[in-house]
Design a binder for this molecule. Structure first.
Ligand code: SF4
Length: 151
């Protein structure tokens, strides 16, 4: 009997993936939708607990994914050809970051478990966490008080 073929994320680079494969890599954690601050001197990226106004805090999903870049001008265009530019903005657990850096997906990833909720169940998403959207704290100068570690 022959071995089953390895899954696509173990044999393809991000640039070789189909659009469907690329989209399926997202575990739905919602961490990339938390606003970030950048240290102008060191370029270090800090994540805050202030979520984008389009993030649904109950589901950890964007409320308007197809139009997100029209509605939120700061929403980054994350794609295979912009990985270099934006990889530091993504959390350590982000599937795109992991694959880009040569790692495998974690055991709780939905593509591994077959369960679309497994990132939430494993505690790797922002779902159910006590966050606030930027409407509640509109001035970015106040966001320094909300820096968190997301992993
Ligand atoms: S951080 Fe990565 S895996 Fe999580 S929602 Fe954003 S793109 Fe998807």
């Amino acid at each position: 009997m022959s071995e089953p073929a390895p899954p696509f994320w173990q044999v393809k680079s991000l640039t070789e993936m189909t659009q469907e494969e690329w989209e399926s890599l997202c575990d739905g954690c919602g961490k990339c939708c938390l606003n970030k601050l950048i240290d102008a001197d060191t370029d270090e990226v800090y994540t805050t607990s202030i979520a984008c106004r389009l993030l649904d805090l109950r589901t950890a999903r964007c409320k308007n994914y197809p139009k997100r870049q029209e509605l939120v001008s700061e929403c980054i265009k994350f794609a295979p050809d912009t990985m270099d530019e934006y990889v530091d903005w993504m959390p350590d657990s982000c599937a795109y970051r992991l694959i880009y850096q040569g790692f495998d997906l974690p055991e709780w990833h939905p593509l591994v478990t077959g369960d679309p909720d497994s990132a939430h169940q494993a505690g790797f998403s922002i779902k159910g966490k006590a966050l606030r959207t930027e409407e509640k704290v509109p001035d970015p100068n106040d966001w320094f008080d909300y820096i968190i570690r997301v992993g």
